[in-house]
Design a binder for this molecule. Structure first.
Ligand code: NAP
Length: 307
């Protein structure tokens, strides 16, 4: 029987991805939305999460699709009401607040799932498998997009906890930490912050892998024209290239895979498996790298940004 799920925060990602993927998945039934000012035709709507939790004991899962700064408070409310929780990325505004959610979910014996949608892009799992036994020499991330196109009017991304260009950049880091056989850590970072904003519009980061090879990341929100979401990994056995955010995989220039976007379908399939198994999945490594880039970041003030 399908589990009833409610979406909290009816913004861009909820409408573009969560609603269609839930509607496609026979393991779930979209039973309600929680929104301060929006609703979906034909779906029960509540203004606050507390109201929904009290009125609908039949809904045992919630998907939190709000900005990260308010995710923890919603998650605590849902877990304390013994509901399973799916967290949009990034799972929170700080590492420690998500660790406290893991402990809380454990005490309530509910599933907590910190999603990283880019890990479900079609080229990512084959890339991980190919790299597993290779000797890596270097890796490079180039993630450049136009913030005006993807985040129009979203003030939260420019506020503390909104992470600025790391909001898309963390998607690249979620792929990197999944496909590389060894962990990486940040060794240096530079952050370009518009003088009228609180978060970076561009960032460059150097990492070192535990196996000794370097990794660089170039995140920039000022890209006009074609958008770039690429990861290149050079190994002693050839060069692997993921592009289009992980949807396209080539090895030594030969196309191995170019598939349509099914990232959010993959998220809900995985959530159903976790629920059936009574397990949680919370990998904080991409969030930790972002936190460390902020800790080491050499800050440069750049020109004002206006939407
Ligand atoms: P958004 O369009 O701004 O929507 C966020 C929604 O959260 C708002 O519409 C609002 O819904 C709700 N909300 C609750 N408390 C809020 C608060 N204090 N401030 C602002 N909104 C609040 O943002 P989004 O693009 O959907 O992003 C939401 C999350 O999804 C982010 O963590 C983002 O990283 C992630 N994400 C976004 C994309 C993308 O392409 N946009 C892709 C993947 C992941 P109500 O008005 O209904 O309450």
């Amino acid at each position: 029987m399908a589990r009833k799920i409610a979406i909290v925060g009816l913004g861009k990602i909820a409408r573009d991805q969560h609603v269609p993927s839930i509607e496609k998945n026979p393991d779930f039934e979209l039973a309600a939305t929680v929104s301060r000012n929006a609703r979906l035709d034909g779906i029960d709507s509540y203004e606050t999460l507390g109201e929904m939790l009290a009125a609908r004991p039949d809904i045992d899962c919630v998907a939190l699709c709000t900005p990260p700064q308010v995710r923890r408070q919603y998650a605590v409310e849902a877990i304390e009401a013994d509901r399973h929780v799916l967290l949009e990325k990034p799972p929170g505004a700080t590492v420690a607040e998500v660790q406290s959610l893991v402990a809380l979910a454990g005490r309530h014996a509910v599933t907590l799932f910190a999603t990283w949608h880019s890990r479900y892009a079609q080229g990512v799992e084959p890339a991980r498998k190919w790299l597993a036994d290779k000797t890596i020499e270097a890796a490079e991330i180039v993630w450049r997009e136009d913030v005006r196109r993807w985040h129009p009017g979203q003030d939260w991304i420019w506020s503390p906890g909104g992470m600025g260009v790391f909001d898309p950049g963390i998607n690249a880091l979620s792929i990197l930490t999944h496909i590389l056989p060894a962990p990486v850590h940040v060794t240096a970072a530079s952050l370009d912050i518009p003088s009228n904003r609180q978060t970076p519009i561009a960032a460059r980061i150097d990492f070192l892998a535990a196996t000794g090879h370097p990794v660089t990341a170039d995140f920039d929100w000022r890209q006009q024209g074609p958008q770039t979401w690429d990861i290149t990994v050079r190994t002693t056995s050839g060069t692997l290239h993921l592009s289009a955010g992980g949807a396209t995989l080539t090895i030594d220039g030969n196309e191995h895979l170019a598939a349509p976007d099914t990232e959010y379908d993959g998220i809900y399939t995985h959530f159903a498996h976790l629920l059936a198994a009574g397990e949680s999945a919370v990998d904080l490594s991409p969030l930790q790298l972002v936190a460390d880039a902020f800790m080491l970041g050499n800050i440069r003030q750049v020109e004002e940004f206006h939407d």
